[in-house]
Design a protein around this ligand. Structure first.
Ligand SMILES: [Zn+2]
Length: 239
């Protein structure tokens, strides 16, 4: 879907260590594995400064909850150390590519302002692992107002960027990935088999078998419904 306005240019990082020389192709794969239509970012800046196209610039991306419809998302590859701790470890080539692209984007989208993912309200992680607003201001770009300050717990957030579910894509059709499907099938049929076995007698062993059977059917169902719906279910039950 095409964007009507472009109020923000949101900076992200891939939350991968500096040794991971990845780009748009890998990130597209991660996002599609989550059931999204396509990669969530519009641009990806590799470690060597090469800029790769993600989602088309005019389209609504999938990178920052509640603001996808009015923003462009740029992902810098890097941002954590070998132990997944947030680090501002981007290369000189990446900074210069970012400056070039921001200059282009801000002339193309005159109302756009630069902001970091973590500066949006309710975001609880360190992405993009540097102060995007400060950096952009120093470098002469128009910047957004900060919605929230970065806390120590955000800097400790070790969740990978791709696991955060900032998307607006249709999640009703989340496909079960290959492995999950097999596991679900095994657990489900194991459960059904146990239930059938229960019919033969009613001693304590059958009761145990019944409980195990029901548990594995539950696991099978939980695996089948996919990550997004599992989270929603969890929120409804315990949130
Ligand atoms: Zn991000």
């Amino acid at each position: 879907m095409r964007r009507r306005s472009t109020d923000y240019i949101v900076l992200h990082c891939s939350a991968t260590p500096p040794t991971a020389d990845i780009g748009a192709a890998e990130i597209r794969q991660w996002h599609k594995a989550k059931g999204w239509n396509d990669i969530g970012y519009h641009l990806v800046i590799r470690r060597n400064g090469e800029v790769e196209e993600g989602r088309s610039l005019e389209e609504i991306g999938s990178h920052v909850r509640n603001h996808n419809a009015s923003s462009v998302g740029i992902c810098l590859v890097g941002g954590v150390d070998a132990r997944q701790r947030p680090r501002n470890n981007f290369t000189a080539a990446q900074w210069s590519a970012l400056k070039n692209r921001l200059a282009d984007l801000q002339s193309r989208f005159p109302s756009s302002r630069v902001i970091g993912h973590r500066d949006f309200p309710g975001v609880t992680k360190a992405c993009p692992c540097f102060d995007a607003i400060d950096w952009a201001e120093v470098n002469g770009f128009r910047v957004a107002a900060r919605f929230q300050l970065v806390t120590a717990s955000m800097l400790r957030a070790v969740r990978r960027e791709v696991e955060d579910g900032d998307e607006i894509d249709n999640v009703a059709s989340v496909p079960v990935t290959g492995q999950g499907k097999w596991l679900a099938a095994i657990l489900g049929s194991g459960g059904a088999g146990s239930l059938a076995g229960f019919g033969y007698g009613m001693d304590w062993l059958s009761l145990l078998v019944l409980i195990l059977g029901l548990a594995s059917i539950t696991c099978g169902v939980l695996l089948t419904i996919g990550h997004e719906r599992r989270e929603r279910l969890w929120d409804r039950l315990f949130g």
